[in-house]
Ligand binder design. Structure first.
Ligand code: SF4
Length: 381
């Protein structure tokens, strides 16, 4: 089996009892079949606790006050402490915050932004992310319907997109606009069954002249008198999407409501404010977020054919996090640290990335080209 993972992956270490937002609270932990079988046979004190503290019908650990039944007052896991360490965990607890995307003969492993310690690694990292590879002997597997040709084009497009996103000779806005347009054009070829033309397309987007062309387009959109209206409208529409999602934590709704109020009270920043804001939420922050989302989700388009939707998802998540930071910056009159930025991104990820319903719904709603077409999306950059 071939593995790909970001260079910071091996630096991860769980902060356990001192974690500010433990993964053992706030969501239901599903138990896989093999672990359920093991827990059923467990003996002694831990065995009887397991019998009582598992919801056998829903196949998850019981929760009290939103906390896993095994999470003790020190923020540590009793199942780990009394059950013999990591081997006592179910698959979810053993794996988290590792996130695995599965493809034929390939596993793409990342760390989830929803874990505070992982978020520190992802956003506290200034250098461009490198992706490392490894081969591990394993059983042959077969994915009968796997479209290998499409997957190859998606991985080629993603490599180019990541290269563009990490080209620090240009502003993040231009980089993000180019990769969104690239996915738009690739989608057009996927839809008309013309993937043979994808290489030419990638060649055009790899050419140095692409930068000047997009810089001109963005400048036109930004001086267009309708730009301010478009930006506020698109940003508002993105928040409308957030309001229609499954809510995993009650306080999230309140955060969104406050953010929308703050943003509508100050829809446009003065150049001075914008400069200060960019010191907090820099191009590097935008890059690391978008690289994270694109690496994690873009190639999943092999399963639904929606490359543009995956890129829009990455683009929208990055900009929504930026807007949530902006809202808090307004509310706190600019008194924020980079730790607050990391915390907002982590909380966003908890709400969005751990609900399949939310991810699918966002991708679907972003498909509305009237509200989220290329130029509308460019306007919020
Ligand atoms: S959220 Fe991350 S750092 Fe916190 S307890 Fe879970 S794995 Fe550890």
């Amino acid at each position: 089996m071939h593995y790909t993972f970001p260079h910071y992956y091996r630096r991860f270490s769980c902060t356990g009892g001192s974690c500010p937002d433990t993964c053992c609270a706030g969501w239901q932990i599903q138990i896989d079949h093999a672990s359920l079988k093991r827990y059923r046979k467990a003996k002694g004190l831990i065995g009887s606790r397991l019998k009582n503290e598992i919801n056998w019908k829903d196949q998850c650990f019981r929760q009290y006050g939103g906390r896993c039944a095994f999470l003790n007052n020190d923020g540590l896991c009793d199942l780990y402490l009394e059950g013999g360490g990591e081997k006592a965990f179910c698959r979810t607890c053993r794996t988290y915050p590792r996130h695995i995307e599965e493809f034929e003969g390939l596993r793409e492993v990342s760390l989830s932004l929803s874990c505070p310690a992982a978020a520190e690694l992802i956003l506290g990292n200034n250098e461009p992310v490198r992706f490392l590879e490894a081969d591990v002997p394993s059983k042959e597997e077969s994915y009968p319907d796997f479209d290998f040709f499409l997957f190859t084009k998606l991985t080629d497009a993603r490599s180019l997109a990541l290269r563009i996103l990490q080209d620090r000779n240009h502003p993040f806005q231009t980089r993000a606009a180019i990769v969104l347009a690239l996915a738009h054009d690739l989608q057009e070829r996927i839809d008309r069954n013309a993937l043979y033309a994808a290489d030419d397309l990638l060649g055009r987007y790899a050419s140095p002249s692409v930068w000047a062309w997009f810089e001109q387009q963005l400048a036109r959109i930004h001086i267009d008198r309708k730009h301010t209206g478009n930006a506020a409208q698109t940003s508002g529409n993105l928040f409308v999407i957030l309001n229609q999602l499954e809510v995993l934590r009650p306080e999230w709704k309140d955060r969104l409501r406050r953010a929308r109020t703050a943003l509508s009270a100050a829809p446009v920043f003065s150049p001075e404010q914008e400069r200060h804001f960019q010191e907090l939420f820099s191009d590097i922050t935008g890059e690391q977020l978008m690289v994270y989302f694109v690496f994690t989700y873009f190639c999943g388009a092999v399963y639904n054919g929606n490359a543009y939707g995956k890129m829009k998802f990455s683009f929208a998540c990055t900009l929504l996090i930026r807007e949530l930071v902006r809202a808090e910056w307004i509310q706190k009159s600019g008194k924020m640290s980079y730790k607050d930025v990391i915390s907002i991104a982590q909380k966003f990820s908890r709400e969005i990335e751990h609900s399949d319903y939310n991810k699918i719904r966002i991708e679907k709603m972003l498909g509305d080209e009237e509200r989220f077409g290329l130029e509308k999306m460019f306007a919020i950059l």
